[in-house]
Design a protein around this ligand. Structure first.
Ligand SMILES: [Zn+2]
Length: 253
């Protein structure tokens, strides 16, 4: 099933989509978004949807690459995927804490950008602690952004339509949530996603992250009878006007 079909009861034209608010994607580190859901971003921007990345560190605690280098890599990767990017300083790489002040900062970003769809790292805890902590902060922020009486938050209140989690690695896929599988089989999507991952030169020379991600998407695709797919995990039940909007399910084996 296509994510766009699920989200939009009436299909918007490409022009209407490009005029709409961006899809906002939060990442704890400069490469998380590309590895976790880059193919989905490429797929969405190709149909005219805007995408904006908010990266909450410069990867300064990483074993490879300097913060300057990693910032440049993230900017290049975002451009390849057709997305815009901004960096937000919270507690720094590997030191992120769950604080209401951070959730408010993220909520202020949501009020400024007014997205319908928000993507955040999954809440699976046996991973880099910044990933799931950021996921929880984003989840809280989507709630705070819609509260009218919060004095600490300026701007018009904003309610998003859907919060989805992405998994930076297969281990971060939550087992208790059935994923929405997004078909990213089109050659130009795979090419753009691979190029965006390759843009993180400091990371991909150390370990074979690209092969891991392409193998994951191939396996998920095989389960769904298509070439490649990437999973998103809805935080809330998805709502459709008719069952017809649900294209198909992965039930082949
Ligand atoms: Zn990370």
């Amino acid at each position: 099933m296509s994510l766009t079909d699920l989200m939009k009861p009436t299909q918007k034209s490409e022009t209407q989509l490009s005029d709409s608010a961006p899809m906002v994607v939060f990442g704890a580190h400069p490469d998380d978004i590309e590895f976790g859901c880059g193919g989905i971003i490429a797929n969405e921007t190709r149909t005219g949807r805007k995408a904006h990345f908010v990266i909450c560190s410069r990867g300064e605690a990483g074993s490879y690459g300097t913060p300057t280098q990693r910032t440049a890599e993230a900017k290049r990767a975002a451009a390849i995927l057709g997305a815009t990017v901004e960096f937000l300083k919270l507690d720094g790489d590997a030191q992120l804490e769950i604080r209401s002040a951070h959730a408010l900062k993220l909520a202020a970003i949501l009020r400024r950008l007014k997205p319908q769809i928000v993507l955040a790292p999954s809440l699976v805890e046996n991973q880099h602690p910044d990933h799931w902590r950021l996921g929880k902060l984003v989840r809280d922020a989507t709630r705070l952004a819609r509260y009218g009486g919060l004095k600490a938050l300026r701007g018009l209140r904003h309610a998003i339509d859907q919060l989805f989690y992405y998994a930076v690695t297969p281990e971060a896929e939550p087992r208790e949530i059935n994923p929405v599988l997004v078909d990213i089989s089109a050659p130009e999507i795979l090419k753009s996603w691979t190029a965006a991952m390759e843009a993180h030169t400091s990371q991909v020379t150390a370990r074979n992250y690209i092969e891991l991600q392409l193998t994951r998407s191939r396996l998920l695709g095989a389960r769904a009878g298509i070439g490649h797919a990437l999973p998103l995990f809805p935080n809330d039940p998805l709502v459709v006007n008719s069952l017809e909007q649900i294209g198909r399910s992965a039930r082949r084996f």
